[in-house]
Ligand binder design. Sequence first.
Ligand code: PSV
Ligand code: MN
Length: 397
Amino acid sequence: MAEKDALKVLESTLAGRGIDIKAVKEALKGQAIETPSWAYANSGTRFHTFGQAGAARNILEKLEDASCVHKLTGVCPTVAVHVLWDFVDKTVAEAKACAESLGVKIGAINPTLFEQSEYKFGSIGSPDARARQKALDHLLYSVDIMRECDSKFLSIWLADGTNYPGQDDLRQRKHRVAENLQKVHGALDDDMQMLVEYKFFEPAFYSTDIGDWGMAYLFCKKCGPKAKVLVDLGHHPLGTNIEQIVALLIDEDMLGGFHFNSKKYADDDLTVASVQPYEFFLIFNELVAAAGGGSAYDVPYMIDQSHNLKGKIEAMIQSVMNIQETYAKALCLDRKALAAAQQKMDIIAAESVMKDAFFTDVRPLLGAVREEMGLAPDPLAAYRESGYQGKIEKSRS
Ligand code: PSV
Ligand code: MN
């Protein structure tokens, strides 16, 4: 009853903002969030890998867990894979069939260009021609995997860069990266996209070959229309205005997609919206604004987390719920009032509109949406009650 009352109050609040609650519900039902295979496996910091009872040990178990998250949330139909982490003991065909039998699909293909000794001085940016060729072959193999899985997105992240001034010629590195990315672009089918991810440091500490959104944008422009910029929320220096980068890339039709996570310092890979929920809301606000207010800008929304302290599956469900809530809040923003305040340069009123949306309690709304989708209103509680965790802890020991 309390939930119903809360929903009624929300309905009238939204009506006051000129927003139809039914339209918000429909938008929320249509949301799609991709979860990453690697977040279901054991991970750690660079000091230690922490084992968790029941953590997935191979691609089949990762897909089982991703499917469990999808069954409970209803909005996670695809799973991103990392080529050298996932297609080791199983073939691509086996993984694809397994995903389909579990009601999910393979999503973005992430080439793995940072784990082999040949890549000590970089992959496609390396001064070593053999390393570059190996990396290019791997990228082209990843495009073949896309075809086999009917995946439309190739997520490219390079660990390339240098650690010391003078270590390599910076302009030549740029040329090598551009030349190889262009070759990959040339290998894509018309309906495929390559998403170029940037990161300002780590593992290279002096120079990074694709260090920020501007460099990623430049490389994409050199490649062609199938290359767009991927924004990973953990890959910026502190204080960066990420929502402005998002707005700018959207306006230039160069936003390719997201890796959602949360950070306090650098690439902390914490669960989404755990540390900076308002920043995350401001990013979603841009995505909804760019789509006209009633939906979100159409790019792949992927999670890229490495949560080590929280339970693997619970943390993923929590992230998905945080993304849903943030999207809902952005849909509840009174865009007419905001535009009017901006027109009048009434900063106080404008900020109040933002805060009103941010502080809207959308949880009863999401509970109702899930029930309409035939799901439990609280996926985390449903997971705890499901017995899945106990089952995998036994069967995977
Ligand atoms: C690099 O830090 C990154 O964000 C890239 O997206 C990788 O594919 C992923 O993390 C691996 O964990
Ligand atoms: Mn990432």
